[in-house]
Design a protein around this ligand. Sequence first.
Ligand SMILES: [Zn+2]
Ligand SMILES: [Zn+2]
Length: 340
Amino acid sequence: MTVDKATNNRKAAAMSGSAKQEGPSCLWDSITKAAFVMGSGILLLAAFGNSLTWHLQRFWGASGDFWQNLWTRLYLQYEGQHAVLFYLGTMLAPLLAFWITNGLFLLVDVTGRPSFITRYRVQADKNSPVDQQKLWHAIRQVVFNQVVVSGPMVVGVYYLMTWRGDPCGPQLPTFHRGLMELALCSVVEELLFYYSHRLFHHPALYKHIHKQHHEWTAPIGVVSIYAHPLEHVLSNMLPAVSGPVLLGSHLVTTSLWYCLALVSTTISHCGYHLPFLPSPEFHDFHHLKFNQCFGVLGVLDRLHGTDGKFRETKQYERHALLTNLTPLSESIPDPPKKLQ
Ligand SMILES: [Zn+2]
Ligand SMILES: [Zn+2]
């Protein structure tokens, strides 16, 4: 009886604790913190933005003519065939970026070499070596999604974008505009990805659709677009293509954004926390625990409290840019396993 009572008291305390943590006060706290961070960011940008972008523009200006000349040559070569040019820029370039990055990661996944890289594994005991049958199954689905789903969708996106004007105009966007559009595209992606992703975690949708992506509890790069075709359309493609459509972006900005988005999702799934590359801990934790860390940037997870458990873990302590060569699993080791 006493033991039961003590356990119940502990449970009640834990529950009230978690209620306190996830209640409206925490949400309000998150909103004020986010507003403070964003407000400070805007103030800083207003204060230093002009001079910062002026210096960057000067740096860009030296090579700007080079890029404009290159674009003019392409533009003249594809005169009257802008749909073809758009298709090459939004399909071929991102496909190359995806497969070159993933080719390198796959070499490490399949061979387990070089050991210099495998030391940086996020989930130390996983995918060593990777299950080849499971890998081929994933690659087949990835190629299907890219060719059969993304291929026609990009054609649709072209016609949608031409309503706002020719995305293949003769003049390249300015450096400032390109930079601003890339930032806005990542905000649009965060919004659409977070909510569509959470929707796919609804039990009714999860078991038929999103479960496929979660077969990999320890993900590897190529798994980033291993998903049910419907999920690929709504949760992978739509968040990425919406930004350039809404902004009426130039083909070059659109192509660059697709490449960046694909390389970034590859890194967040790659399973290695490598020096000087963005941290993959956040999305890796989502694959490990399923009900945490739904977004890309983490802002909406903070606002909705869906990163609460993540923030109490070692993975959260490791979730930063690694600026030296010591693997974070060594500098921030896991606590010793409790003896049963
Ligand atoms: Zn994933
Ligand atoms: Zn998920």
